[in-house]
Design a protein around this ligand. Structure first.
Ligand code: 5GP
Length: 248
């Protein structure tokens, strides 16, 4: 797929994805007063998640999975809206496949509860995401439409024992999506030569259009890290680790 075609397809289908998945009533119009400014679709690389928490996950997925759909600030959140698994039961097969708890693969719902309470209850300010079914269904829809796994494949960016330049990955993704992503890494541990790629973030406006993750004047690339060990990747080489069974 050519970059321009990919972009057109993405932009025209992202809203559709939300409407179909979560039963949204249409484009969000009553959400202009909330203070958070963007939604961040956070993909993580399961091999790196296991490395980050120093857990020997036996069989982590060998594809990028969803960490979460996060407003950029925890504002306008409804802290008294409990997670209710029943509401997303219909989504279970896709949730397990694309939004697994990589660290606790036998009990995913703790992770989903955490994501709902920390991020979903804030995102739910948007009409398009204002129920658990819409939040999780809408996130799955965005993930599927973004097609990060196949886009990386098409770009020839595959897990490898050879290192990548972070700028090459960012530039390649930017050319496909038409917006600048944010890439998070684990800094090198003792004895390691380079950082390890951990998360790829793609950002959306409140009306669910792709936008640059960082705009001029916003907190820059050296801003906040999302996980305990993750930081915005340094420009330079990075390791994209193969799953354990195929590591050679
Ligand atoms: P947040 O709390 O903002 O959603 O994300 C950061 C936290 O999520 C970090 O503590 C990180 O270790 C944790 N995390 C990342 N991936 C997973 C996962 O697959 N399962 C669980 N249980 N925690 C995760």
């Amino acid at each position: 797929m050519k970059p321009a075609a990919a972009r057109g397809l993405l932009l025209s289908s992202l809203c559709l994805a939300l409407c179909c998945r979560g039963g949204a009533r249409g484009s969000p119009t009553s959400s202009d007063n909330h203070e958070w400014k963007k939604l961040i679709m956070v993909h993580h690389w399961p091999v790196t998640v296991c490395k980050e928490v120093e857990k020997d996950c036996r069989d982590p997925p060998d594809y990028w999975t969803i960490h979460g759909l996060w407003p950029d600030r925890a504002e306008e959140c409804n802290g008294s809206w409990p997670f209710n698994f029943e509401e997303i039961k219909d989504l279970l097969p896709e949730m397990k496949m694309y939004w697994p708890d990589v660290i606790h693969p036998l009990n995913h719902s703790h992770f989903w509860k955490h994501e709902w309470e920390k991020h979903g209850t804030c995102a739910a300010q948007l009409d398009a995401l204002n129920s658990q079914k819409k939040y999780f269904g809408g996130s799955l829809g965005l993930y599927e439409k973004l097609e990060l796994n196949s886009i990386l494949q098409k770009l020839g960016i595959k897990p490898s024992i050879n290192y990548y330049q972070i700028s090459d990955i960012k530039d390649a993704l930017a050319s496909m999506y038409g917006v600048v992503p944010k890439v998070q890494c684990l800094p090198p541990k003792q004895g390691e030569e380079v950082q390890t790629i951990g998360q790829i973030e793609l950002c959306f406006t409140k009306d669910l259009r792709l936008r640059n993750c960082t705009e001029p004047g916003e907190l820059g690339e050296s801003g906040r890290a999302w996980g305990p060990g993750l930081e915005v990747c340094e420009d330079g080489p990075a390791f994209y680790p193969p799953p354990p069974q195929s590591a050679r």
